[in-house]
Write a protein that binds this ligand. Sequence first.
Ligand code: ADP
Ligand code: MG
Length: 756
Amino acid sequence: MAERYGDVGLDSPLRDVGVNPKHLKALDEKIGVRTVGDLLRYYPRKYNERGKLTELGKLQVGEKATVWARITDVKENQINRFSHRGPKSGVKLITKVVISDGRHRLSCAFFNQWHIAKVLKVGMEAMFAGTVKEFRGEMQLSSPQWAKLSGEGEAEEDIEILESFAGGIIPIYPLVEGLSQPMIQGAIKVVLKLLGEIDDPVPTEILAAQGMTDLDSALRDIHRPRSSKELQAAQRRLKYDEALAIQLVLARRREQARSFPAEPCPRVPDGLLAAFDAALPFTLTPGQQAVGEQIALDLSTIHPMNRLLQGEVGSGKTVVALRAMLQVIDSGRQAVLLAPTEVLAAQHARSLRTVLGPLGEGGELGAPPEATRISLLTGSMTASARKEALLTIASGQAGIAVGTHALLSDGVFFAELGLVVVDEQHRFGVEQRDALRSKGPDGNPPHVLVMTATPIPRTVAMTVYGDLETSTLSELPKGRSPISTTVVPAGEKPAWLDRAWQRVHEEVGKGHQVYIVCPKIADEPGKRSSEDDADSEWDAPDDGGADSVDEKRPPLSVEHVATLLAEGPLADLRLATLHGRMVPADKDETMRRFAAGEIDVLVSTTVIEVGVDVANATMMVIMDAERFGLSQLHQLRGRVGRGSAPGICLLVTEAPGGSPSRMRLAAVEATTDGFELADRDLELRKEGNVLGTSQAGTASALRQLSLTTDRDIVEAARHDAQDLVDSDPGFGKFPGLLAMAESVIGDEGQEFLTKG
Ligand code: ADP
Ligand code: MG
């Protein structure tokens, strides 16, 4: 039989191997399955277990069992729909099939299966599997699964059915409209029968080192596991393939990035950086020093740096980045600092000017000779201000340009771009990094440093930012005051909320300032606020929706809360609002006034989430806290306690005690470890949200691999991928690996990895 189709391999089109032609179209159109390989990589969603093969006389009520018997009687019983004594509503036909092994009898009941009497005939031998129930004092299998045995003749086939049926683990495939289990099962069956031995593209040494099963076994066992041990081995191998595929793509990308030339920017003994270090009012933490050395080294090589700097809020990433910028300026190059919003860009420019002091006043009277200039460029600047900024950047007078992504747009020319620092941006993917290439001198890519304060679980960092080298600042500078977090259950204990407003007064009384954060800008039924859209995917509280407190009450808005407070409990304080729908100039002005202490209480959306640094702000009240993601809450509270006074964060919620929402908030209350929360957050959200959207049933990058639980596999794969790329950059020795990577993660996955 097999000969008729020649050699069947993973590349063979399904249409050539004898899959039911009627099903080919559905497989292709519904789930994009065209080849044998596509089909075999369409893994079961779950497995059901059938009961063990049991003799009819030894059945136990309540147990799962599989029996092998001959049909002795088939009776159809149509239920009169006017009968009040019908068994279950909706049941119109009961087919009672009596089976026997010669000594014992058992009845099987099928409901509304109009065709069953046509296939199950008296005299036929078959296997039946189901849970044994008791019905009117008799044992019965209700709607059992069944498989026909041929009887005498083709004994070999019977044994196969027997083996796969009894005690078997039954694969259940993900379905979409227009596909059925039998359709997929049937195609799999045909394919597995004809498929020749599958070559394993992963080198044997790696498989051996990882204790991993071969691809041939894995792809067969995932569909036809004979034991749960086999199944687990297959799953582990296929997970590893996914992890390896992703890591190979990333390792090659790192390799390619490294192969570009870059102008080395070594440290110099008496430049801007040296002057800055000499004037630094504090000692760098050991982490800042170590990462600083690493970056200094990266910058002095002839290939561009591509580094991710991770660090808790307040861990002092900005100083590290600034020192990198100064090193680059010392080599006559420019640095760019990109912020996710204009407010943050403006704030960065302000604080850089403050921190650099005279060293940032290049060209001005009395500035030291090594001084440079900081140029802010935002979309909302007046034409003349913009023109001036563009000029100082193009002429090279500005050593540091600060702005949003607009800075990378056409029409902005740099004299000598050497380094791009990206602050607090989760979506600065490879594509954006690629866009930078043309900005460097001679079309070469500049050095890139991406900073993030959202602690990213390691597995995600290795995947989403997998083409970057990673550094982490794990300790906070000394003297940082702790933040205490308290959940305020406003529903159960309204008095606590009154106490919260009292507490706001106390902080302001001590000369401090307070943030009040709301999930929404204004009360507009049915309309999404712009802030919702601006929310990074990473932080979107999508997992909270499931148990939102009260579907009827819309989320509290900045405008509503600000009005209530201004007319009520905080009437005597200086209140202002801040949100993404304000014009940039107003936002800047509000931030400036808050930073200058002219505002006591700032009611805002999450625009203050990232990077805002007002050391005098010591308290944050987050309204409808259950509507935010865990990482986001952590990020938000990092805005207080940046000075020497202890920070307070109140999580106000109406979610009932004991609800999942409350448990999430309790987690934020209980730990200040952002990484722990990030891991919790990952567990609580669907992985599809981490790796872009993936539709049910379509090929998506991760089908077996879980970024939550398969950390060891991701780490092993990353290590192996690096080794493979190091030893054989073009994969000349392992030609099948790239093909496997492509088939495993598909276009969608590749695209995701490119966009970041
Ligand atoms: P983040 O990592 O959140 O960007 P920042 O770089 O904004 O943190 O640092 C937070 C604050 O801590 C800033 O005011 C900064 O000047 C200060 N800081 C940074 N490093 C140190 C240090 N080693 N010792 C004391 N204060 C520091
Ligand atoms: Mg920062």
